[in-house]
Design a protein around this ligand. Structure first.
Ligand code: UD1
Ligand code: UDP
Length: 375
């Protein structure tokens, strides 16, 4: 190919933005590329938090979030909106990340135009199409379309090869989340005020052991969310424990948590944190309780034990390394495993080792090189 490659990077939610800003930075700084960015606005507030801290200014913003959006309506809006942007931009590559509706629709819209797709964080599989739902199928669809699969780990690479994907287009790049975490950590070191907003809570809970919590999975709506709330209440009843819980903006999460946890002593339910403050929260927490994908990667990288409130994970590396444990969404089990870590110092230390199976912080650079090699 002569001349710079036109790369259209497409994303719409908080975790995609976090995992793609390092690549957007790298593309922008590299004269082998013309970098264009389209955000769907699948998330609004939580996406904007990441755009602001990372300095990414989108060339297109579809602004298509609606309150409590359904999967089919969201997907329909995404397909038509993203297709129009691709027609206008005529990119050489479309880059998508992970497994959201935006990523899946972005890959589909590119495929309909025969534009090659680069899939960042390719090859994650839980083996169960309903856990996580609908993400497992989203990433399988993207896996069928991609012309370049950037697998974060060898396990992810092996999953793609087992599905008979051409080995020549599958590469282990590491996960760009580690690039993002290193970038934000360096920024906080230079400008501590970026993560200083938790100071009041840190003072209030100075003599407590902190459990950091996040949850938002669709398959946990209803019973699962109730059980998670119950577990949080029981853990916070321990006199030496406090819970800091930035609550996801999905109304199906907020409603349950507001009903179950408002006013509970030593449970601080707060608004979603921007990325520097969330990195700080992991740092001050004794352990993380989460159903998030990204937090399962970040907590081990920062040496914090993470109890994963799911029955399966497509990120077995943290569990294999001993820094993550699957605890499901049964309240008794969540409480029992958290209590074990709080009471048994050796069990705690065994999990609290900084370990990083997910990347070395150079994934974005590798992906840039691959985009050139495969053009
Ligand atoms: C989405 C992704 C999920 C990802 C998660 C990360 C899909 C199908 N789901 O789930 O894979 O793990 O993001 O957080 O792609 N909302 C706001 N403001 C925001 C964000 C969400 O108000 O900034 C509310 C809106 O009412 C919105 C609802 O949350 O309709 C659901 O958002 P949606 O993106 O459809 O699903 P998530 O559960 O956030
Ligand atoms: N995160 C954040 N603020 C918060 C909670 C999470 O910045 O209040 C970050 C977190 O560091 C991780 C990402 O959001 O990088 C995870 O997003 P989420 O849990 O919404 O989605 P998932 O990773 O499960 O797709």
């Amino acid at each position: 190919m002569t001349g710079p490659r036109r790369i259209l990077t497409v994303f719409g939610t908080r975790p995609e933005a976090i995992k793609l800003f390092p690549l957007v930075h790298a593309l922008r700084a590299d004269d082998r590329f013309v970098s264009r960015v389209c955000v769907s606005g699948q998330h609004r507030g939580m996406l904007d938090q990441v755009l602001e801290i990372s300095g990414v200014v989108p060339d297109h913003d579809l602004d298509l979030m609606q309150p409590d959006q359904s999967l089919d309506e969201l997907t329909a809006r995404l397909l038509t909106g993203l297709g129009r942007v691709m027609d206008a931009e005529q990119p050489d590559w479309v880059v998508v990340q992970g497994d959201t509706a935006t990523a899946m629709a972005g890959a589909m819209a590119a495929y309909y135009r025969k534009i090659p797709v680069c899939h960042v964080e390719a090859g994650l599989r839980s083996g169960n199409i309903y856990q996580p739902w609908p993400e497992e199928v989203n990433r399988k669809i993207i896996g069928n379309i991609a012309a370049l699969h950037c697998a974060p780990t060898e396990t992810a690479q092996a999953a793609l090869l087992a599905e008979n994907v051409d080995p020549g287009i599958v590469h282990v790049t590491g996960n760009t989340v580690i690039d993002a975490l290193q970038w934000i950590t360096a920024r906080i070191e230079k400008e501590p005020r970026l993560a200083a907003g938790l100071a009041d809570l840190e003072k209030r809970f100075a003599h407590k052991r902190i459990i950091g919590v996040t949850c938002h999975r669709r398959e946990n709506f209803g019973e699962g969310m109730q059980a998670i709330a119950d577990a949080i209440r029981r853990l916070a009843a321990r006199p030496e424990v406090a819970v800091i819980f930035p609550v996801h903006l999905n109304p199906n999460v907020r409603k349950v948590m507001d009903e179950q946890l408002a006013g509970v002593e030593d449970v601080a339910m707060i608004e979603p944190l921007d990325y520097p403050h969330f990195a700080r929260l992991i740092g001050i927490s004794d352990l993380m309780l989460t159903d998030s994908g990204g937090v399962q990667e970040e907590a081990p990288a920062l040496g914090k034990p993470v109890l994963v409130m799911r029955d399966t994970t497509e990120r077995p590396e943290g569990v294999e390394a001993g820094t993550a444990m699957l605890v499901g969404t049964n309240a008794d089990r969540i409480v029992a495993e958290a209590n074990r870590l709080l009471d048994d110092h050796d069990a705690y230390l065994a999990m609290a080792r900084a370990h990083n199976p997910f990347g070395d912080g150079h994934s974005a650079a590798r992906i840039c090189d691959l985009l050139c090699q495969h053009s």
